[in-house]
Ligand binder design. Structure first.
Ligand SMILES: Cc1ncc(COP(=O)(O)O)c(C=O)c1O
Length: 427
């Protein structure tokens, strides 16, 4: 293993103490040692204010919407607040944001709605790199004659094969569905370029930003995408999904909905009663990030959007220094096979989520070994099934996934590396 770098040399200063103090669950211990939460790609921990938002909603505002009394009015205001928060997060208007229980459910609903305006023979392009939440909802449209084309990857570095993608986007393509970043191996896709290719062909662009959202700033206007999905529980919020849709498209396409439900935006895309307490938590999660931005950069205090952009800037540089330390350490361990981009010169193309295998061991055995030592990781395919099949690892248990976010520390990375050395030596 490479000699561990010092904290000062390895990480651009963020106030890790301030950050970690916001997250009560980081105090969880396993056999007397603090847990190292390296499982963020499956869901992050939440700051205290998200927990408080749930309690406060139930204590002061619990009601259904549009009623003529106090708690109902408070609920309406709270929902408007959640939309405004996500509008700042995405850089769009509040009526372009709709919520639901998770990204997958919302994407199935959106795909079914869009499918009503498609005809047999129309094509949709998906990719081998994506989570199935951005594949299966579009594949379901095969039932009505839509043709699905799947863009391949370069196996050697787990990046999208852009030449193949270009070939698959034709005048028949009506929509291109692509991930912003891979939840299995951390690749960040050139989504701006992909949106441009889709639009040149007259197709729409749907971006799955679930994995990217905790790691980088999202600007739907700059990207010019038509739809973008994410899940709050992946970036310090509650178990909720959220989609941005371009205003005119949300009005044009027809959701399946009950007749008395509103036909106006964005409510028309929200079926049934929403998870109100979760929506209260949405605002709290976005405000946490904005406060982190202000804490890291006083000049960011101007607006919530500016503060969020600062937060993501600080997060990105901190996380990537940690990732450098982790990846250098992992690839130096004999018996570790690394999937994805490992050259630090190309780290702008990745986020700090890595997929590995250890010789002679299943990912399940590795995750258990680490879990027993208080280091939380994941094994399997994490629903990125096209990818684990393409990499030839699906039948033998997928990959071991280790994911960092800004509440992780260099010390946790070093603990992981020490445990991995022990594990690989024993294999
Ligand atoms: C990249 C990606 N897309 C989609 C999903 C599905 O999100 P949800 O659990 O909100 O349906 C996940 C969940 O892990 C994911 O990582």
């Amino acid at each position: 293993m490479n000699a561990p770098m010092t904290q000062a040399a390895s990480t651009r200063a963020i106030d890790t103490e301030w950050v970690r103090a916001q997250f009560p669950s980081l105090k969880v211990a396993v056999n007397g040692r603090p847990a190292a939460f390296l499982d963020a790609p499956a869901g992050t921990q939440v700051p205290q204010r998200v927990i408080d938002a749930f309690r406060e909603y139930f204590e002061t505002s619990n009601a259904n919407t549009v009623g003529q009394f106090l708690t109902s009015r408070r609920t309406d205001e709270m929902i408007a607040g959640a939309r405004a928060a996500m509008a700042d997060f995405f850089n769009c208007t509040a009526d372009e944001v709709f919520f639901g229980p998770n990204m997958t459910t919302l994407t199935f609903a959106l795909a079914r709605g869009i499918g009503r305006d498609l005809k047999p023979g129309d094509e949709i392009v998906v990719t081998t790199l994506d989570h199935d939440g951005n594949v299966a909802p579009w594949r379901a449209l095969e039932d009505i004659g839509i043709v699905i084309r799947q863009a391949d990857i370069h196996v050697e570095d787990c990046t999208l094969d852009m030449d193949d993608l270009r070939k698959k986007i034709t005048w028949r393509t009506k929509l291109v569905a692509v991930g912003y970043a891979s939840n299995a191996v951390g690749t960040i896709n050139p989504v701006g370029e992909i949106v441009r290719l889709a639009h040149e062909a007259g197709a729409l662009a749907f971006i799955d930003a679930v994995h990217y959202a905790p790691h980088g700033s999202i600007d739907v206007r700059a990207l010019d995408c038509d739809f973008l999905a994410c899940s709050l529980y992946k970036f310090f919020g509650p178990h909720m999904g959220c989609i941005y849709g371009r205003r005119e498209l949300l009005l044009k396409f027809r959701p399946y909905k009950v007749r008395p439900a509103p036909a106006y935006l964005p409510d028309r895309w929200e079926t049934g009663t929403q998870i109100h307490e979760g929506l209260a938590g949405v605002t709290a999660a976005v405000d946490y990030l904005a406060d982190f931005g202000r804490h890291s950069d006083a000049a960011a205090a101007r607006s919530r959007r500016a503060a969020l952009t600062s937060a993501h800037g600080a997060i990105r540089s901190y996380e990537m220094e940690l990732a450098k330390r982790m990846i250098a350490g992992l690839i130096a361990i004999s018996g570790v096979r690394f999937f994805g981009i490992s050259d630090p010169a190309r780290f702008s193309e990745r986020c700090p989520t890595v997929g590995i295998r250890v010789k002679n061991l299943t990912p399940l055995a590795c995750a258990k070994f680490l879990g027993d030592r208080g280091i939380f990781t994941w094994d399997g395919n994490y629903y990125a099934l096209n990818l684990t099949e393409r990499l030839g690892v699906e039948e033998t248990g997928g990959l071991l996934r280790i994911g960092l976010v800004h509440y992780n520390t260099a010390e946790e990375v070093d603990r992981l590396l020490a445990a991995m050395e022990e594990l690989a030596a024993s294999a």
